[in-house]
Design a protein around this ligand. Structure first.
Ligand code: RAM
Length: 348
């Protein structure tokens, strides 16, 4: 159980780091003046995903608190047309002269030209959840947690769930999802450490953040890799589909599931031992902080430069910093993540 400790420790470190950032009163932190009329667009990867609805709820909470008399519009392409749909929606928001687009990018760098055109026309682009890999066209990225630390958490959960040895595979979202791609890369880097020498990543497949596709991809994985001990799915859609597939096929004794999941989706599978542990962060808070950032930028309280600090309502003070994972790009770090298991999965 050595690794549980490591995971808990990582969680505590993330929590401490976040508390330090949120709790410290920076003398020169900017505060946006409430009551402006700012029109914004909240644009997640695609429609029909509970976590994106939660983030939208957080954004609405912040808009209300800030007394914004402008409009907060929710736009989301269908999961089957996410890449082209997002690009089109960014272009439309630019034409409409929206002040800010809040984007969870599902189109890799393909989205950059539309985002750059938006910035040129005066529409700011704040990314959240999933950034623009090159940073091009992006004012700043609101990072849910440090991306490197997600790699460590996933590697530790894999080690722990597999009892220290065996083969595992990743069931990801879409091949263009910047967040999942960065997390998988961070996990691969972590796996190079001596501690992880007993476990081997044998495959990475994509369920495109669609339930049925992910379910079938999970079944195909166990079919292809006869000794697979774990499916690691860093997506709330993929993890629940994989857990359902293993449960339906009575394979949980042999192949377990872990990754990033929504506790309410995972309760049964975690209690049954099919998905003993997984992690996540608050999407409500992520939406809230993203809106606070968007509003501060649109009202000119911050310019979006490295080193600037601003007050983000109930969440405290945050600072814009260089993104350690994307050279030349900027981030605001939220944190922390929580690791869930049978003891806390059903606790609010
Ligand atoms: C899915 C999406 C989202 C990601 C979570 C973990 O809901 O891919 O972008 O942050 O999983």
């Amino acid at each position: 159980m050595l690794n549980v400790k490591t995971i808990v420790k990582a969680g505590v470190v993330a929590a401490l780091a976040s508390a330090m950032m949120a709790g410290v009163a920076y003398a020169d932190a900017m505060m946006a003046k409430p009551g402006a009329a700012i029109n914004t667009v909240f644009l997640p990867k695609f429609s029909g995903n509970i976590v994106f609805d939660q983030a939208h709820q957080g954004a609405e909470e912040a808009a209300k608190e800030l007394g914004n008399t402008g409009k907060l519009t929710y736009e989301a392409p269908p999961p089957t047309d996410s890449v082209a749909g997002q690009i089109e929606m960014i272009t439309n928001a630019t034409t409409q002269k929206q002040a800010v687009i809040m984007l969870s990018n599902n189109a890799g760098d393909q989205v950059a030209p539309a985002a750059e055109a938006a910035q040129k026309a005066g529409t700011k682009v704040v990314t959240w959840d999933s950034p623009i890999p090159s940073g091009k066209g992006e004012s700043v990225f609101v990072a849910q947690v440090d991306f490197g630390s997600i790699g460590v958490v996933m590697a530790d959960m894999a080690l722990d769930t597999m009892g220290g040895s065996g083969e595992f595979a990743v069931l990801s979202a879409t091949p263009d999802a910047a967040n999942q791609n960065a997390w998988i890369a961070a996990m691969k880097e972590t796996l190079k450490g001596d501690k992880y020498k007993g476990i081997k990543l044998v495959d990475v497949v994509y369920g495109d953040d669609q339930s049925e596709k992910s379910y079938n991809a999970a079944l195909a994985l166990v079919d292809k890799h006869k000794d697979l001990k774990l499916i690691m799915s860093p997506t709330t859609v993929g993890i629940v589909a994989a857990a359902k597939a293993m449960t339906d096929e009575k394979l949980c004794d042999k192949t377990k599931v872990s990754g990033l999941g929504l506790p309410s989706d995972m309760v049964t599978y975690t209690k049954a031992g099919c998905a003993p542990e997984f992690a996540l962060w608050s999407f409500v808070d992520l939406g809230y902080l993203t809106y606070q950032t968007a509003y501060a930028l649109a009202t000119g309280a911050i310019k979006g430069d490295v080193g600037e600090e601003f007050k983000a309502g109930r969440m405290g003070t945050f600072k814009i910093e260089e993104d350690p994972g994307r050279k030349g790009a900027k981030r605001i770090l939220m944190g922390p993540f929580t690791v869930y298991n049978k003891d806390n999965v059903d606790k609010p």
